[in-house]
Design a protein around this ligand. Sequence first.
Ligand SMILES: *Cc1c(COP(=O)(O)O)cnc(C)c1O
Length: 403
Amino acid sequence: MNVQTTAAGLSELPAYLYDLAALRAHVRRVRAALPGRVELYYAAKANPEVPVLAALHGLVDGYEVSSGGELAHVHAAVPDAPLAFGGPGKSPEEIAAALRLPAVHRWHVESERELHALAAAAATAARPVDVLLRVNLPVGGGALDGVALAMGGRPTPFGLDPERVERCLSLLASPGFAHLRLRGIHAHLASGLSAVEHLRVAERIVTWSAALAVRHRLALDEVNVGGGMAVDYDDPDARFDWPAFGRGLADLLARHPSLRLRIEPGRALTAHCGWYATEVLDVKHSHGEDFAVVRGGTHHLRTPATRGHSQPFTVLPVDHWPHPWPRPGVTDVPVTVSGQLCTPKDVLAARTPVAALRAGDRLLFAMAGAYAWNISHHEFLMHPRPAFHYLPDETPDHPARAP
Ligand SMILES: *Cc1c(COP(=O)(O)O)cnc(C)c1O
């Protein structure tokens, strides 16, 4: 059964629907586009639902987690999967918890304070720890001009400035740091990058890391170039150009024979596999504009509010109207789709043209598989939570489970 048919038949709305078969097919294509020396990790913060994590199992090389909560959750969902532990502000409790988990395969160290704390904790635990230093690298030459969420080369709480990386290297060479094994460099410098832009960024990170390795006579043969592959909410059929990206990475690897690359996308893996289905409660005309008010809203699907876009949707017409009073509706006009919250910010789609829309029709919002339910302010106004459906309902390998 496809998503539209399922959404049309649901008795309980709003609901999230995840097409896990489509997710697996998509990630298989991503994997096939990448050269063998590129490891694919999934950034769990994009969507940490257990069936999603389980569906990715075996298709990704590991999972990137950025908190003690994600660490425990992802490890419970996929116990044998390698984890990379990142995130600014790792607390002593989180460091201790991560040290107890052999699944933590790499640590992305974000500051000198963290390096000290990790070295001390690793010495106490008498456990070797494999470290990548996260660098906040200026990406010159206009490589990131016009990118929505550039974090590299500007003041941020993330990672280490390049000169601080050099200081960390001195620390790592000193006696108290013997349990830390420096494997390489990590960087996550922007999100919303096209394949061409991401390749420029990756090239810059690799070149900088190689020069650092030469200067310090180190074997830094591992570079994680982050996530941030673009997703186009204006065009649900568009995809990040994975084949071009894979070819570019192959070219980069050919110039660095001992290099191992890792990427950790979130959004570009799961955004397209999730849908938010709901129904139109009311259609009204206000001071010259048309509004459709739906059951639910941005407290379930916050993505359009945080990014300031219109979430793409299709109308699933429902012909039956059971009430004796007139059915409000519009034809061939732009409509603003808002939710049930008492704030003008509760807009899922602004002035979006529709051919026909009536109270009682259903709307199916696409591209709701990443940074959607899990970033939303569920408690605000105390409306009920949506239902969750995972398609196919059950696969032999991974029985679907509600969160
Ligand atoms: C959020 C994040 C990612 C994933 O970013 P996407 O834009 O979802 O691909 C990867 N790495 C780090 C360090 C992050 O913070």
